[in-house]
Design a protein around this ligand. Structure first.
Ligand code: BV8
Ligand code: ZN
Length: 247
């Protein structure tokens, strides 16, 4: 049985604002491949080579094939115990806020209400010329879908070299500054400026709790590190918290 430090449970008992900063690792138990290692490779190309505007302009069909492949996996996936535990924690704390790098919509489908999507959402699309949004199913029968203005339609996700949506980043930053306990779940902590928010939380006095399969650059600044599956560890933490408020 995964041991949960009593001091962490006590920290939770004194907390109002709980924040979860998540990456691809939290969705891997839902069957969604992560980015690193062999999982991330598509067509012998690394995510950084596909998730960028130049690649899209050079070969929009190939980039859309990648996103449609991922969208199919996301639609067949279900939120797992980690997503569901975060949603359930809304019944115990004033603020439970999610700051995610994931574009898979699984936190929302799990019932989390306060979500900052730093890197966009695969369910939304917009025209690269007039910025008009298209959230219905797109028609690929005649090649890359085009807007009525003639512009190419792209997924509403943040590509490498592109700025993050300001409202989402600033919202995440405010949540990081006000966090009592800041969980970091399933991220290799390499992509910026997203990961910078963990340091913002630390500098603002939050208790940082890392939940990851392996050590990361954040292990050294974490007050607690749990190395294992998020879908097993997060339910254990909530269970110990629930037992502590009963007694
Ligand atoms: C920008 C959306 C300004 C698209 C994504 C400073 C220093 C160095 C580099 C930079 C810097 N500033 C900017 C850069 C460049 C770049 C960057 O950070 N590069 C990295 C690679 C070094 N950043 C940018 O380009 C950003 N924009 O800076 O704009 C600008 C503007 C103009 C000119 C210059 C600058 C935009 C970055 C956003 C890119 N879009 N996603 C899409 O998804 O298709 S990033 C994408 O990759 C994800 O969103 C996520 O952020 C990242 C993947 O990381 P993770 O989610 O952590 O996943 P990963 O697979 O790596 O790790 C999973 C972890 O989970 C592992 O540790 C594993 O052990 C663990 N795990 C697995 N299973 C489980 C588990 N843990 C628990 N339980 C399990 N079951
Ligand atoms: Zn248009």
């Amino acid at each position: 049985m995964i041991q949960i430090d009593k001091s962490l449970v006590n920290a939770l008992k004194e907390s109002e604002s709980i924040v979860f900063f998540t990456g691809a690792g939290i969705s891997s138990e839902s069957g969604i491949p992560t980015f690193r290692g062999k999982d991330g490779i598509w067509n012998k190309l690394r995510p950084e080579e596909l998730a960028n505007f130049d690649a899209f302009i050079k070969n929009p069909i190939m980039v859309w094939e990648w996103y449609n492949h991922r969208k199919k996996i996301v639609h067949e996936a279900q939120p797992n115990a980690a997503h569901l535990t975060i949603s359930e924690m809304q019944n115990y704390f004033k603020d439970v806020i999610v700051i995610t790098q994931n574009i898979d919509n699984l936190h929302r489908r799990a019932g989390s209400n306060a979500i900052y999507e730093l890197h966009g959402n695969i369910e939304r699309n917009f025209c690269i010329d007039c910025k008009k949004f298209f959230n219905e199913e797109l028609d690929f029968s005649v090649g890359v879908p085009k807007c009525d203005c003639g512009g190419l339609i792209r997924p509403d996700v943040v590509w490498f070299g592109e700025y993050l949506p300001e409202d989402q980043f600033l919202g995440g930053e405010k949540a990081a500054i006000n966090a009592d306990v800041f969980f970091v779940v399933g991220t290799s902590a390499v992509v910026y400026p997203a990961v910078g928010l963990v340091y913002t939380a630390k500098q603002s006095g939050a208790t940082v709790v890392e939940v990851n399969l392996e050590k990361t650059a954040l292990s050294s600044i974490s007050n607690y590190s749990f190395f294992g599956k998020a879908g097993e560890i997060l339910p254990r933490i909530l269970e110990e918290y629930r037992l502590s408020i009963k007694s």
